[in-house]
Design a protein around this ligand. Structure first.
Ligand code: ATP
Ligand code: MG
Ligand code: MG
Ligand code: MG
Length: 562
């Protein structure tokens, strides 16, 4: 690959509307360009990375025994009505009409369509178990598309659907998928955690999420230091007993005086007033420091203290938290790491109350306004209980970290197959409704999540498996110096022969510009071929994560990179 024939388009300027590091770096590196809200074009550079993620996911799904298929993205309303999800899915479902006035949606996920395929294809228990997967575009009309491809409206998802005669077989496949997911995220070089997710109506341990650990993550995760207990915040609070009563008591306290604030937050979140009040009540009751601050971008120090009307919440005078003020009006929290602000807990902030931020005693902080954003009606519960007992009975301390949800596995049971009458004949020749599992991975989100975890001031630092190229050979003065150009082309061929995904930067840029580009786009290894180096029989080598370059002869270089 010669970069003179490729399309690289990097920019120095930091895009003003991008709040998250990964979004900024993806724009600056020219990986994505915005078409419209939540819709992004992947440039040739971005697509190389996306395809690498996709390939690893495909390989590991196949290794785990799943078989690839592909479902249409446009799906008929009638199909979605069989399970009641035409209504239940809500405004995230994009509805479309054709010329005959037939109504369709753009698939945000595909359980119904997968079950429909299964009922046509599978007739005997002998064909089971089977796990079908696809890597296919999804569309969700997200209420707040943001952070580039991290939460876009159109995105690429790997979704898989498994079919079983018996429950124990479903459980085995679920475990098999969890193992496959662990291999995927390990191969991608990501720091990840598997956590229990709230499985809602289904109950049990039937749902788990995979999170890339990052301070900018939208989800709060709860870990125990005493065991391998890990859950997302919703699952942690849902598991806590006595929660509803505690929250409704707290709600009674916050209801009247903070009405105005809650209305503002509710409008900001599009959550509905009652849900917002419950979220605030929950945080308050759970022992969180709660501050209501105004969304004024000039504010750089917020005093936490007594918030009028919120009796009964903790006044942690000792708490000192750093939060961030974002460019979205009034939205405060680590999700928008634009302008850091200091929050000191010693003064009355009632007068400036507009929006909510929270922090726990351990100094973790997050935006209350983000609480339960995408959940159904929050099944309000008590983090204090989760802190003190149920789970921390392992003797460990409960810690909170933030994560980006990149994968989700679910034991669905028989609800979808039942609704669609997806049956097979069992061992006795009797029709039996199949049990189903579903398993999702956010392919495009992974690209952004990896950058959140791997970057510095100069740009992206790709984990080896995701890099657009593993090594780029930079040629100094390729047009003027034929010997240098020839030597570089030879080296490229040798690197490629050694199995490396290598490219040649023969664009003829000034060295500083060329190196800055390679750092920005995150190439793990850079080799410089120059007249001076050739005279000395060496190449200048630098690893993206090292601070210094080294002079290496060809053998040493090839051995180092092989
Ligand atoms: P979130 O909680 O972030 O809204 P979700 O729980 O709604 O995600 P799932 O239905 O579990 O998402 O979909 C499977 C995976 O698809 C998620 O784990 C995530 O990685 C990815 N995903 C979901 N929504 C988006 C989106 N708007 N943009 C990019 N990726 C997404
Ligand atoms: Mg969602
Ligand atoms: Mg989720
Ligand atoms: Mg999910």
């Amino acid at each position: 690959m010669r970069l003179s024939q490729f399309h690289l388009h990097t920019t120095k300027e930091t895009p003003s509307d991008a709040e998250l590091t990964s979004h900024r770096l993806m724009l600056r590196a020219g990986m994505i360009r915005k078409l419209a809200s939540g819709l992004y074009t992947w440039s040739p550079l971005g697509l190389r990375v996306l395809r690498k993620v996709e390939r690893i996911v495909r390989e590991e799904m196949e290794r785990a025994g799943a078989v690839e298929f592909q479902i249409p993205t446009i799906q008929p309303k009638e199909l979605w009505e069989t399970t009641g999800r035409w209504e239940k899915f809500g405004p995230q479902l994009l509805k479309i009409k054709d010329r005959k006035d037939q109504v369709f949606c753009y698939s945000p996920t595909a359980e119904e369509a997968a079950a429909d395929f299964a009922r046509q294809e599978l007739s005997s228990y002998k064909q089971l178990p089977v796990n079908f997967f696809q890597i296919q575009t999804k569309f969700r009309d997200e209420i707040r598309p943001r952070f580039g491809v991290m939460r876009s409206r159109e995105f690429l998802m790997k979704d898989a659907y498994s079919f079983h005669l018996h429950d124990d077989c479903l459980v085995r496949e679920y475990e098999n998928m969890k193992a496959a997911y662990s291999r995927i995220f390990t191969r991608l070089g990501l720091d990840f955690r598997m956590v229990q997710a709230d499985s809602g109506a289904i109950g049990g341990d039937a749902s788990q999420e995979f999170h890339v650990i990052a301070d900018s993550g939208e989800d709060a995760l709860v870990f125990s230091t005493g065991s391998d207990y890990a859950a997302n915040m919703e699952a942690a609070v849902a598991a806590a007993p006595g929660a509803r009563a505690a929250a409704s008591e707290a709600m009674r306290k916050v209801e009247t005086p903070t009405q105005k604030t809650c209305e503002a937050v509710a409008e900001l979140l599009g959550l509905g007033l009652e849900r917002t009040v419950k979220s605030i009540a929950l945080m308050t009751e759970a022992g969180f420091v709660l501050a209501l601050v105004r969304g004024d971008h000039e504010v750089n120090e917020i005093k936490l203290g007594k918030v009028e009307g919120l009796q009964g919440h903790r006044m942690a005078g000792e708490a000192e938290i750093t939060a961030h003020l974002g460019s979205e009006p009034g939205f405060l929290g680590p999700l928008n790491p634009v302008k850091p602000i200091r929050i000191v807990a010693d003064r009355d902030v009632a007068a400036m109350a507009d929006f909510v931020i929270g922090a726990n005693e351990a100094g973790f902080h997050f935006a209350g306004v983000n609480w339960g954003r995408d959940l159904p009606e929050p099944d309000v519960a008590d983090i204090r209980n989760a802190k003190a007992g149920d789970r921390a009975s392992d003797g460990g301390e409960l810690k909170i970290a933030r994560g980006i949800e990149v994968g989700h596995v679910f034991q669905l049971g028989r609800q979808y197959a039942q609704a669609l009458k997806a049956t097979v004949l069992d061992e006795n020749g009797k029709a039996a409704v199949m049990a189903m599992g579903c398993y999702g991975i956010g392919i495009s989100r992974i690209v952004a999540a990896a950058i959140e975890q791997n970057h510095d001031e100069a740009g992206i630092i790709w984990p080896a498996a995701m890099a657009p190229w593993q090594v780029v050979v930079c040629v100094i003065n390729p047009k003027q110096d034929e010997a240098v150009a020839t030597a570089a082309a030879e080296l490229l061929a040798q690197l490629q022969a050694a199995g490396l995904d290598a490219a040649l930067d023969d664009r003829g840029l000034r060295p500083g510009q060329m190196f800055a580009d390679m750092e920005l786009i995150g190439v793990p290894h850079r080799v410089v071929v120059s007249e001076r180096g050739l005279a000395a029989g060496t190449y200048e080598y630098r690893s993206r994560s090292a601070s210094e370059a080294e002079s290496l002869d060809r053998e040493t270089l090839l051995a180092r990179l092989a």
